[in-house]
Design a protein around this ligand. Structure first.
Ligand SMILES: *[C@@H]1O[C@H](CO)[C@@H](O)[C@H](O)[C@H]1NC(C)=O
Ligand SMILES: *[C@@H]1O[C@H](CO)[C@@H](O)[C@H](O)[C@H]1NC(C)=O
Ligand SMILES: *[C@@H]1O[C@H](CO)[C@@H](O)[C@H](O)[C@H]1NC(C)=O
Ligand SMILES: *[C@@H]1O[C@H](CO)[C@@H](O)[C@H](O)[C@H]1NC(C)=O
Ligand SMILES: *[C@@H]1O[C@H](CO)[C@@H](O)[C@H](O)[C@H]1NC(C)=O
Ligand SMILES: *[C@@H]1O[C@H](CO)[C@@H](O)[C@H](O)[C@H]1NC(C)=O
Ligand SMILES: *[C@@H]1O[C@H](CO)[C@@H](O)[C@H](O)[C@H]1NC(C)=O
Ligand SMILES: *[C@@H]1O[C@H](CO)[C@@H](O)[C@H](O)[C@H]1NC(C)=O
Ligand SMILES: *[C@@H]1O[C@H](CO)[C@@H](O)[C@H](O)[C@H]1NC(C)=O
Ligand SMILES: *[C@@H]1O[C@H](CO)[C@@H](O)[C@H](O)[C@H]1NC(C)=O
Ligand SMILES: *[C@@H]1O[C@H](CO)[C@@H](O)[C@H](O)[C@H]1NC(C)=O
Ligand SMILES: CC(=O)N[C@H]1CO[C@H](CO)[C@@H](O)[C@@H]1O
Length: 454
C-alpha cells in the first residue's frame, strides 16, 4: 500500500513519530534501503509459516447502508524489538488471526474517513483519508503492536502496546477513482517496516458504488496487470471483514551482493579458498532476491583429496553448500568441478527447515587440479525451478591450496568477453584503416586517369 500510499506522484517525504515510547535516536528515522535483502529474507521466515499471508477486506457502510469506504489489501510487518537479554531481534507480524474493523468511519467534507483494523493479540492499524473538491488522500497511518503477544514477541523486554505514526504517505487520488496497486511497497518508520501489496482502496465512495475508474500506482505496469479490480460488485453486499490465504510477493533488491572471502582449514593449513558474492533467487508467485551478507556469513565444511564441501551460513537462516569433486578421468591431467549445491532456508525463530533445494547434477566451474577457477561475471546455478543461486566475482580453489594463496586461475568463458571487446574494436579500426587506404588509392588512380584525358 505504500506505493498506493505514495500514489500517482512519487517522492513525498515520509515523516514518522513515535508515541508512547522513548524518543528515538536521530538516525533511527532514516529509511534503511541497504537492509532490504535482509528484510526480504525475513518475509520468508515469518512466524505463521512460509509464504502465508492474508488479504484483508473492509467495506464500510453509511447510515443508508451504502458503501462509503472500501479497501482490500495485504500487509505484514517486520518489527525489531529488544529482548530480555538486551539484544535486538526481528520478528514478523502477520494478519493471521481474526480481523475486525471497529472504529472505521465514512468521513465527509469536514471529517476525515478512517479505515481501522484490529487483529491478533491487541494489534491495530489504521489510515485516515481526507478529501478536497477533486481528490482524496491518505494522511497518516497509525500502527500499534503489542509486545505482550508472546507468539510474536516471545522474549520482549518491554511488554505492552507500542504505537507508531507515519505521516504524509499518500498522494492525492481523483475522487470517484479506485486506487489499485499490486506491487509491493515498504514503509519504514522507527523499528517497523510495513509491507503492503495487492492494494485496492476507495475512500469517499459516491452513490455506494465502487468506481470503475482506476488510479494505478507507478510501480504497476499497465500492460501486465488486470484493469478492473476483482469482483467489486459482489463485495458491496458483504460488510464483514474477511480473510483469505494468499502467497507472498516482494520486490527485488537492486544492488549486487557484496563479495566475501571464505576459507577452510585442515589443521592449521588452509585447504579451500573462495571469494564470491552470492545472491539467492527464490521463486514463488514472484522471484525474490536475497543477497548474502559476507559480514555475517561463516564458512564451514570439509576438505578432501577428491571431494570438498564449502558450507556457508549467513547467520540469518540461509545455508548454502557447494560440493566439488575431482573428475575420475583416466587422463593424466585431472580436473575438478562443482557437482552439488544445496540451499536451505530455516525459520528464524525456531530453526526448523522452511525450504530446501539440492542439485547434485552440476558440472560447472571446472578447472585443472592444482589451479583455481575464476569467473567475475554473474553466473546462475539453477538448483530447481524455485531456486537459483547467482554468483559474482567468483574465485575458488577447493583442492591443493598452497601457502594460503590461490594458484593460477582458469577463467570462465564469460570473462573472455573482456578480451573480446578490444579484439573487436581493434578489428574494426584495422578495417577502417584498410578502407581509408583503398579509398586513397582509388582517389589517386582517378586523378591520374583525369590527367590522361587532358
Ligand atoms: C517453527 O515455527 C513454525 C511457524 O511458527 C511452525 O510451523 C513449526 O512447526 C515450528 N517448528 C518447530 C520444530 O517447532
Ligand atoms: C443493511 O443491509 C443489511 C444486509 O445487506 C441488513 O441486514 C441491514 O439490516 C441493513 N441495515 C439498514 C440500516 O438498512
Ligand atoms: C460529517 O460527519 C460527521 C460525523 O459523521 C457529522 O457530525 C457532520 O455533521 C458531517 N458533516 C457534514 C458536512 O455532513
Ligand atoms: C526471557 O524470556 C523467555 C521467554 O519468556 C524466558 O524463557 C527466559 O527465561 C527469559 N530470560 C531472561 C534472562 O529473563
Ligand atoms: C528501536 O530500536 C532501537 C535500537 O535499534 C532501540 O534503541 C529503541 O528502543 C527501539 N524502539 C522501540 C520502540 O522498540
Ligand atoms: C450519483 O448519483 C447522482 C444522482 O443520482 C448522480 O448525479 C451522480 O452522477 C452519481 N455519481 C456517480 C459517481 O455515479
Ligand atoms: C495479487 O493480485 C494479482 C492480480 O490480481 C494476483 O494474480 C496475485 O495472485 C495476487 N497476489 C497475492 C499475493 O494475492
Ligand atoms: C578478500 O580478499 C582479497 C584478496 O585476496 C582482498 O583484496 C579483499 O580486501 C578481501 N575482502 C575482504 C572483505 O576481506
Ligand atoms: C529468478 O528466477 C525466476 C524463475 O526461475 C526467473 O524467472 C527470474 O528471471 C529470476 N530472476 C533473476 C533476477 O535472475
Ligand atoms: C577411478 O576409476 C577407477 C576405475 O574406473 C577406480 O579403480 C578408481 O578407484 C577411481 N578413482 C577415484 C579417485 O575414484
Ligand atoms: C542439504 O543441507 C541440509 C542442511 O545442511 C541438510 O539437512 C540436507 O540433508 C542436505 N541435503 C542433501 C541432499 O545433501
Ligand atoms: C545479512 C543480514 O541482513 N544480516 C542480519 C542478520 O540478522 C542480524 C540480527 O539478527 C542482523 O544484525 C544482521 O544485519
Amino acid at each position: 500500500m505504500a506505493r498506493f500510499l505514495s500514489g500517482p506522484l512519487a517522492s513525498a517525504a515520509r515523516h514518522s513519530l513515535l508515541l508512547g515510547a522513548p524518543a528515538p535516536a536521530a538516525g533511527g528515522m532514516e529509511p534503511r534501503a541497504s537492509c532490504l535483502p535482509f528484510l526480504l529474507l525475513l518475509l520468508l521466515l515469518g512466524t505463521s509459516g512460509f509464504f502465508q499471508s492474508y488479504a484483508v477486506e473492509v467495506d464500510v457502510k453509511d447510515a443508508s447502508n451504502a458503501t462509503c469506504l472500501y479497501a482490500k489489501w495485504m500487509m505484514r510487518f517486520l518489527i525489531k524489538y529488544e529482548t530480555n537479554t538486551s539484544d535486538y531481534k526481528d520478528t514478523t507480524l502477520h494478519l493471521s488471526s481474526s480481523v475486525t474493523h471497529n472504529g472505521s468511519v465514512c468521513g465527509n467534507d469536514t471529517q476525515a474517513a478512517l479505515l481501522a483494523v484490529q487483529f491478533g493479540e491487541g494489534h491495530s492499524w489504521s489510515i485516515n483519508f481526507t478529501k478536497t473538491n477533486e481528490t482524496y488522500q491518505g494522511d497518516f497511518i497509525t500502527f500499534t503492536y503489542n509486545t505482550n503477544d508472546t507468539a510474536v514477541f516471545p522474549d520482549a523486554k518491554r511488554k505492552g502496546p507500542i504505537t507508531i505514526v507515519v505521516k504524509d504517505i499518500m498522494h492525492p487520488v481523483q475522487l470517484n477513482n479506485v486506487f489499485v496497486c499490486h506491487n509491493t511497497d515498504f514503509v519504514e518508520a522507527e523499528n517497523v517496516t510495513q509491507i503492503f501489496w495487492n492494494v485496492t482502496v476507495q475512500a469517499f465512495v459516491q452513490n455506494g458504488t465502487i468506481s470503475k475508474k482506476e488510479s494505478r500506482c507507478r510501480a504497476d505496469t499497465p500492460t501486465s496487470a488486470p484493469t478492473v479490480p476483482p469482483t467489486i460488485a459482489n463485495v458491496t453486499t458483504a460488510s464483514t471483514t474477511t480473510l483469505s490465504p494468499a502467497p507472498t510477493t516482494a520486490p527485488k533488491p537492486v544492488e549486487n551482493p557484496d563479495t566475501g572471502n571464505y576459507s577452510l582449514k585442515s589443521g592449521n593449513k588452509t585447504c579451500l579458498l573462495a571469494t564470491v558474492g552470492l545472491q539467492l533467487n527464490v521463486s514463488r508467485d514472484k522471484p525474490l532476491l536475497i543477497n548474502i551478507n559476507p559480514k555475517t556469513t561463516s564458512a564451514d565444511g570439509t576438505c578432501g583429496n577428491t571431494t570438498a564441501t564449502l558450507k556457508l551460513n549467513d547467520g540469518n537462516s540461509t545455508l548454502i553448500s557447494f560440493t566439488f569433486v575431482v573428475k575420475n578421468a583416466s587422463a593424466s591431467v585431472q580436473k575438478f568441478y562443482l557437482k552439488e549445491v544445496n540451499v536451505t532456508l530455516l525459520n528464524r525463530l525456531n530453526g526448523s527447515v522452511i525450504s530446501n533445494a539440492d542439485n547434485n547434477n552440476f558440472s560447472k566451474w571446472d578447472a585443472y587440479l592444482g589451479s583455481s577457477y575464476m569467473c567475475r561475471k554473474e553466473q546462475t546455478l539453477e538448483i530447481n525451478e524455485d531456486f537459483q543461486v547467482h554468483t559474482f566475482n567468483l574465485w575458488i580453489q577447493p583442492f591443493l591450496v598452497k601457502a594460503n594463496k590461490f594458484s593460477t586461475a582458469q577463467e570462465c568463458s564469460l570473462d573472455d568477453d573482456s578480451i573480446l571487446i578490444p579484439i573487436v574494436v581493434g578489428a574494426a579500426l584495422a578495417g577502417l584503416i584498410a578502407i581509408i587506404v583503398v579509398a586513397y588509392i582509388i582517389g589517386r588512380r582517378k586523378s591520374y586517369a583525369g590527367y590522361q584525358t587532358l
